[in-house]
Design a binder for this molecule. Sequence first.
Ligand code: SF4
Ligand code: SF4
Ligand code: FES
Length: 585
Amino acid sequence: MEKTLINLTINNIPVSVQKGSTILDAAHKINMHIPTLCYHPDLKVAGNCRVCVVEVAGTKELITACSTAVTEGMIVTTNSYKVRTARKTIVELLLSEHNADCTKCYRNGNCELQWLASEYRIGDHVYHDLVKEEEKQPDSTSLCIIKDDSKCVRCQRCVRTCSDLQDVGTFSVINKGKKQKVSTFYGKPLKDVFCIDCGQCTSRCPTAALTEKPLYEEVWDALADTGKHVVIATTPAVRVAIGEELGFEYNKHSDSKIIAALRLLGFDSVVDSGYFHDIYIVELCTEFMLKMKQDNENAAKTILPYITSCSPGWVEFVSTKCPEIKPLLSQCKSPRLIFGSLIKTYYADKKALNPKDIITVSVTPCTAAKNESTQSMTGIADVDFSITTRELVRMIRQSGIDIQRLDAEDYEPLMCEHSGASVLTEVSGGTTEAVIRTLSELVTGNELDPKMLKIMPLRSEHGIKETVLTFSEVRTGWEFLKDQEIRFAAVNGSRHAMDFFKQLKENQKHYHFAEVMICQGGCIGGGGQPIPVSAELIKARASILYSLDEICGQQKAHENARLNAIYREFLTKTELKENQKILYY
Ligand code: SF4
Ligand code: SF4
Ligand code: FES
């Protein structure tokens, strides 16, 4: 039988790891730190920076720990004089090609190059600074992402992220040696190349070479303007991740303490984003049911699948890669835009405020939402500022607030309630689960079988997840659905979006409903979430959201009592046309 465990020593400490593991894996197993730069746990190994070099007995040259497989009896030294000197030289060379204006840098304090410089006590630059003034101009043309080549260490994590994880391929490596750089197609500005603004590259770039386009300074300005009434909504995926950067674990008190922190920052009103997610689910379900009816009456069968459009990166993906399916996309606004439009109509009305004096701030894990928030349906933007989890963390840090010490506070009473279903919409497969809960009760008129509150195939990590629903009883008007299979798909990340599209195009699969989220794991894995990011962290965030759903007294969006109030008092009374503008594109 083949031996699967390999035994070696690292700094004289014995360790056994599976065959095929790298020296870096073995070091991780015994908590031995080996510095890295081009390595990232989510990406294929590149082995190009050489920061992780170690000494192996019997080998003259230093070898890279991230790309070298362990062998039986290997003797590894990670911290010899030779190793430390080599690493220091590598870091010095990197710094000579780097715009090291750390005090002004966006990633100051959370930069892997800065950490390496500190670890290896880099003083005055040994090598000439090679970055020319004209190279210090970042590309700020995109509404969501800033690319600053003067900060790039050519680790190529962004190239692997964008190609392998996202299947987009915005970047490639051009030139060799000192002239090597990460470039867009023909070096064009980011706004002119195919990029879905997902921000996944920004959360894996070790430096400030790729960052979100920050808007939090503008939010500070709005808060300082006494003539403005500033309303904020933070999504559950934001709240479960904030503590990762601020050093606390999410628990049942976290939300109410975060509300208190937001009030201390100066926000006039803090509303529950789950309330808008519930409206979104109800509208999504309504639009889907309408499409199923139309499809039933349409002999050509060209109306379905009904495809979600709340992931803004997905809408950009469709526009460029598969415009044929654009007509199938839902017309329902995203929960973020529903938040903005209802604050500037219903909320403004209730609070006797001029919508023009209201500023709406949406905090999401999504960098692409910055693009979406510029869309206006009424002349006034629905959402004035869309900021990421990372930007909110900066604001909290700047204000010096210790969230853990704050007393609990509640959301604005007008918009303060959410269902468990609303929380699920931020994890891949969750929007489909949420829709199924409401759809089942609307079509059958019966209470949902509690077993249907957890649809395990939709909670897997597969690329395209599927489930089928059949109703043996239906209400009048829905007879055409009796005993018919309704097929659902949830596409987990843009890497699988093209496969999904091919399946549709080649008629291999017939779905009625499809949820597509461009970031792996859903919004919880969004490109604006805290750095560092890893698949493990995304899984942990998902399990918190699943448990929040379970402990929520009401698990179906249409059961949200506050929702009934807004439909009764406002949405059903508003002219249909207006209503469409509020909730639909
Ligand atoms: S832009 Fe960032 S991730 Fe890409 S190569 Fe440069 S430093 Fe690495
Ligand atoms: S934002 Fe997303 S699509 Fe655009 S370059 Fe970065 S990883 Fe690629
Ligand atoms: S981290 Fe190993 S070569 Fe870059």
